[in-house]
Design a protein around this ligand. Structure first.
Ligand SMILES: NC(=O)c1ccc[n+]([C@@H]2O[C@H](COP(=O)([O-])OP(=O)(O)OC[C@H]3O[C@@H](n4cnc5c(N)ncnc54)[C@H](O)[C@@H]3O)[C@@H](O)[C@H]2O)c1
Length: 459
């Protein structure tokens, strides 16, 4: 273990080390969020090493292959910091940690098949840190965790070898990540960040470091758990509001009211915040964050957060609603779902990203497979890749050819100008189900398309 020069508990020493660029950073977990984070530290001139268990990722990075092609703005930074030898990657956590002053954890916090949060990546690394962390280091957890996880789990795991004692010879805090995939550079340079430390001194130190690297507003919270609660609250707010408009969409379809028209007009009122209906809520954040809060609530066993539970049920029922719309539209053509050819456009969990984590498309595909449907899938972010066991078509044209119905699942910008004549001319039966709100029902109908859309009351 090398001697660390910087006492990460000492504000003035850290300030000097930033000015002299001698502070050494280790980011553990260099995926979607961790890699841009590590690149930001390196771009600010600090020597940064990224640690990951994914050997291929580490190899790609060290061979100058940029892995996040759908994250605009980072490829140049990546090339630049690699060229300047400010950044490299490794699978060897011990070497990287023992030669660093600041350890940033950007590890995954998914959930298991029973929707129970899985913090194993963090607990494994915390146990490793207990053996290898140099005295006087600072650990910052950026991963999304339940309030109390630092106080109740991380500190005791890092202390368990007996070498380290919090607030004595190691420090810990959080700076929950809140960037949007596809817009990380924008968000890293614009969105305020939350900071919570094990004490006020550490909160100030984290603020100092993050201000130096990211130049955004830092919101200092009184402790780690409050900062983590803010992060979860912002995302769970969205999950609940999307569930609300999804329920409205189901009602308005029956009442003959157009949900998108309602939302656009409602937006005019100053205190209405627009959310839009869709095929479900996916991604590594929103659904997981709701289950994280539900997990916290379950531990207390008082039945709190019923609204979150209901929101999850509603949002998870939306893929079945998409199938219901499809069956209804097929019926208008005297067809059944069994053995039909169905085209899916867009499989990412949200527009304009190459990411299918917890994507509603996976559920839709599962439901269609149960009906022996032949699927043709096109997504411009996955062209020619294998996803969910299907080879993604090369073009929209290929995907539409001879199909009985098309479902637009993800509102990628590439579908903004979807040629409805192409739909009519290429398909066996021109049936279109729109989950995105992109298609004006009147345009579809005037192109002789049988149309259904989530929340579109007018047929
Ligand atoms: N992706 C998002 O939209 C987003 C946004 C905000 C916050 N977050 C949060 O940020 C955290 C990271 O998410 P992500 O999307 O970057 O995940 P990711 O899966 O893209 O990256 C995590 C990386 O950690 C690596 N890893 C796993 N276990 C490891 C271990 N034991 N040691 C070293 N490396 C290990 C993985 O190989 C992977 O490369 C999560 O808590 C997530 O909830 C994600």
């Amino acid at each position: 273990m090398s001697d660390l020069k910087i006492n990460m508990n000492n504000f003035e020493e850290i300030e000097k080390s930033l000015n002299s660029k001698s502070l050494r950073v280790c980011v553990i977990g260099i995926g979607r969020i961790g890699l841009p984070t590590a690149l930001s530290f390196a771009k600010s001139g600090l020597q940064t090493i990224g640690v990951d268990i994914n050997k291929n990722l580490v190899q790609d990075i060290n061979s100058k292959k940029f892995p996040l092609k759908d994250e605009p703005g980072y490829e140049n930074i990546f090339n630049d910091v690699l060229e300047k030898k400010l950044f490299s990657a490794t699978t060897k956590i011990k070497d990287a940690v023992s030669n660093s002053d600041l350890i940033v954890l950007s590890l995954p916090t998914p959930m298991d098949e029973n929707n129970i949060p899985d913090y194993s990546a963090l607990t494994i690394v915390a146990s490793q840190l207990s053996e290898i962390l140099s005295p006087n280091s600072l650990v910052i957890v950026e991963s999304t965790i339940e309030p109390g996880f630092i106080e109740n789990e991380m500190i005791s795991l890092i202390s368990k070898s007996g070498r380290l004692k919090v607030e004595d010879n190691f420090s810990i805090g959080v700076c929950p990540e809140n960037a949007n995939p596809g817009e990380i550079l924008h968000d890293f340079t614009n969105l305020p960040r939350l900071v919570g430390g094990i004490n006020q001194n550490i909160t100030k130190i984290i603020t100092l470091i993050y201000k130096y690297v990211f130049s955004v507003d830092l919101i200092e919270m009184e402790n780690c758990k409050t900062a983590n609660a803010v992060k979860l609250t912002t995302n769970v707010f969205r999950d609940i509001n999307i569930a609300f408009v999804n329920e409205l969409a189901l009602l308005f379809e029956k009442l003959g009211i157009d949900t998108h028209t309602v939302i656009e007009a409602a937006k005019r009122k100053y205190n209405f915040q627009a959310h839009f209906p869709g095929p479900g809520v996916g991604g590594p954040c929103l659904p997981v964050n709701s289950y994280q809060y539900l997990n916290s609530s379950r531990k207390i066993d008082k039945g709190f957060l019923k609204i979150v539970q209901e929101a999850r049920k509603i949002n998870e029922s939306m893929p079945q609603h998409v199938i219901n719309l499809l069956e209804d539209a097929l019926l208008e053509s005297n067809m059944k779902l069994d053995n039909s050819i169905i085209t899916l456009l867009g499989i990412s969990y949200k527009p304009n990203v190459h990411d299918v984590q917890i994507a509603p498309s996976e559920q839709i595909i599962k439901l269609l497979k149960e009906k022996n449907v032949k699927l043709k899938i096109f997504d411009p972010y996955f062209t020619s890749e294998m996803v969910f066991g299907y080879k993604i078509e090369k073009s929209i044209q290929d995907a539409l050819l001879d199909s009985n119905a098309v479902i637009i699942i993800t509102g990628h910008k590439e579908f903004d100008e979807l040629d409805l004549q192409l739909v009519t001319n290429s398909m066996n039966t021109p049936i279109l189900i729109d989950c995105t709100g992109k298609i004006n029902p009147k345009d579809a109908i005037s192109n002789s398309i049988i149309f259904r859309g989530i929340g579109r009351g007018e047929k």
